[in-house]
Design a protein around this ligand. Sequence first.
Ligand code: 3H9
Length: 699
Amino acid sequence: MSSAAPHGPVTTRREGDVTLILVDSPPVNALSQAVRAGLLEAVKAAAADAGVKAIVLACEGRTFIAGADIREFGKPPLAPGLSEVLSAIESCAKPVVAAIHGTALGGGFEVALSCHGRIADKGAAVGLPEVKLGIIPGAGGTQRTPRLAGPVAALEMISSGKPVKAAQAKAMGLLDSVASGDLRAEAITLARALSGKPLRRTGELAVPAFDHAAFNKVAATVIGKARGQLSPVRAVEAVRLATTTAIGEGLAAERAIFTELVGSDQAKALRYAFFSEREVQRVPHLEGVSPRKVETVGVIGAGTMGAGIAVSLLDAGLRVTVVETSTAAVGAGWDRIAGLYARALKSGRIDEAGKDERLSRLTVSEDFGDLAGCDLVIEAAFEEMGVKKEIFGRLGAVAQAVAVLATNTSYLDVNEIAQASGRPADVIGLHFFSPANIMRLVEVVEGAASAPDAVATGVALARRLGKLPVTCGVCDGFVGNRILATWRQITDFALEDGALPAEVDAALEGYGMAMGPFAVADLAGLDIGAARRKRLAPTRDPKARYGGTVADRLCALGRFGQKTGAGYYRYVDGKRQVDPEVTAIVQSVSAELGRPREPFDPDRLVRQVRAAMANEGAKILAEKIVPRALDIDMVLLHGYGFPAWRGGPMFEADLVGLPTILADMREIHAAFGHGWEPAELLVELAGSGGSFGSHQRSG
Ligand code: 3H9
C-alpha cells in the first residue's frame, strides 16, 4: 500500500505498517530549510499515526543526504534547525531506521546517527567532512559518534574529515548492518524487527571506555598538523567534551563552537574553495563545445613526468603508447612505470590483477610512428624550445588528423611550439604537476590558435583522470609558475637582506603553506630554477633587482637539493638540517652585494609574499590569461600547497582589503624598485572599492 504525503522535497509512503520517508532534493539531498521542515513534519505525522509501527528514512537520487545546505551558511538561520529535527527523530517512540546509499555526510550522517538503526549499501560511505569546510559537525556528530565508535576512532574520523566505507563503518559500530540485497527492503525488515523493543538512542548511550593515551596522541597529532587551521583543533575540543560531559551539555558546547566557526574567515574561505573547485571546471567560452573522442593516448618521454602521466592515463582505463628515443630508454621507461605500480601494489592501492590489467594496456616503443593511431599525444620531453619544436614538427606529420597534440611544458611558449607542428589548431598545453599520478592540478593551456574542441578535449581528459583542470592562456609559467616565480624572488631578496633559508621556510609554513620555498626548491631540484634563470638571462631587465645569486652559488657547488644530499639545507637520512656552509654563503653574498643584513621580520615577509602573489594575479587577470580570480586561486590551492583555509591569494587579498594590499605593494616597490610597481588593475580596484572576486574577464 502506498499513500503519498506531498511536502516539497520530502514525501512519505506506507509499506504496510512501516512509513517510508523519502528525501528527493537533487543534486545531493542537502538539508535545505524545505528538507528539514519536510522531515520534521513527516516524522511527527508517522509518530502520531496509530497504524504505523516503524519508520524508514531513505533518499532518492544518487546519494543519501550529503549534509547541511552549504549555500545557507552565512545567512540568517531558518527554522526548523537541524538539531530540532534530529531530536524529534531520536526521541520518537517508534523505531526510525536510516537506509544509506551513496554518501551520508556531515548533517546527513548526523541524521543517520539520530536514528535507532542504520543500514547501508555495500558501496556506501559515511563521514563528517565539516573540518574541510572550516567548521565542526553542528548537530551532534561530535557527541554521538564517540558513543558508537569510541572517542579515539571518532576523533580520527572527525578531525580528518575522511569518509569511511560501509564495511569499515559497520566494524566501527557506526552501522547496524550492510545490505546484501535490496537496501530499502532490508531497512524495512530491520525497522519492523526493532518495533516493540526498547530503542537504542545514540544520545543516551554511555561513551565506551577508551585508551586515554591513544586519544591524547591522536589529539596532539591533529593539533600539530593544523598549522593555523582552526577547525581540526576545535574538533578535538568538541570530541573531548563528549568524554567528560553529559549529552545535553556536549551538544550545546558543540553548537556554540559550530556557530563561532561558521562565520569565521576560514570557513568562508573553505566554502569559497568548495564551490570554486566546481566552478573552475565550467569554462565560460567552452560551454557547449564537444570534446574529441579519446581512447588511446601517446606520451613522448618516459622520464619522471612522462611515467607519472602514463600511470594516470592507465589508471583511468585508457590505452597508452609511450615513445622513447633508444632501446635503453624504452627499457628504463617500462621499469619506471612498472615500478610505480609495484609501489601501488605494496601500499595496497591496487591488487596484482589490477596491476597486470593496467600494464596490458601499455606499449613502450622506440618507434615514433607508433603515435600515428593515438587520439591525443602528450609530449613530456626535455624542457628546451629546440627539442620541443623538433618533436612537434615530427608529431604534426605523424599524428592522425583528428588527434590533439599537447605539450607538458612548464614555462615555454605554447604558441611557438604549436607553429612548429604545422597544425597549431590541434595544439594545447597540458601542464601536469609532479608526481603526475598523484597531483590533482592540470593547467590546460589554450594557445592563440588552439581550436575550442582541442581545448575542451584537454579539459575532458583531465577530468577523466580525476584531475582538476584549470584553463588558461599563454604566458611565461602560465598561472602557477608565473606567480611562484614572482613571490619566490621576494624570498630570495629576504636571504640577501638578512634572513636564512630556515627562517623564511618557517615563516611561510607558519602562514600555512605545505612546505617552505627553500625546502620545495631542494625537493624539486635547484637545476630547474637555474635553467629558467639561464633562459631568461638574455631578456632580463638590467634595471630590475636580481635575486638569484645565492641559488647560483649553490648550483656552482653542485648543491642541487635533495638528490645531491645538499641544497639550501643538507640532508641526513632524508631529514633536512640547517647547514652552516649555506649560512656562510648567504652572508657572504649579502656582503658582496653591499646589502646590510637586517633582523628578519617574518610578518613583513608574509605580507610581502601575499601582496606579490595578488599583484601578479591582478596582471594575469588584466592580461586575460584566465577569466576569473577563482581560476588563479584553484591553481595555487591544488598545485602549490597554498593553504585551502585562506581560499587562495586572490580571495585572501579581497578579504584583507585591496587598499591594504596596494599599500603593501607600494612598500615593496619602494624596497625592491623597478619591476615591482603595483599592477594597474590592483590600483583601479583598490580605488573604486572593487574586488578581484567580482572582476570578470570581458570579451
Ligand atoms: C554540515 O553538514 C554541517 C552540519 O554538521 C551541521 C548543520 C547544523 N550543500 O560535488 P558534486 C552541490 S556541512 C549545497 O559535483 P559529486 C555542488 O556544489 C556539509 N550544495 O557531486 C554541486 O553543485 P553544482 C557537510 C552542495 O557527485 C552539486 O551539488 N557535507 C552540497 O561529485 C553536485 O556536487 C559536505 O561537506 C551541499 N552540502 O559528489 C559534503 N554538496 O552542480 C559536500 C554538494 O551547481 N559534498 N553540493 O556545481 C560533497 O562532498 C559532494 O558533493 C558529494 C557528491 C560527495 C556529496
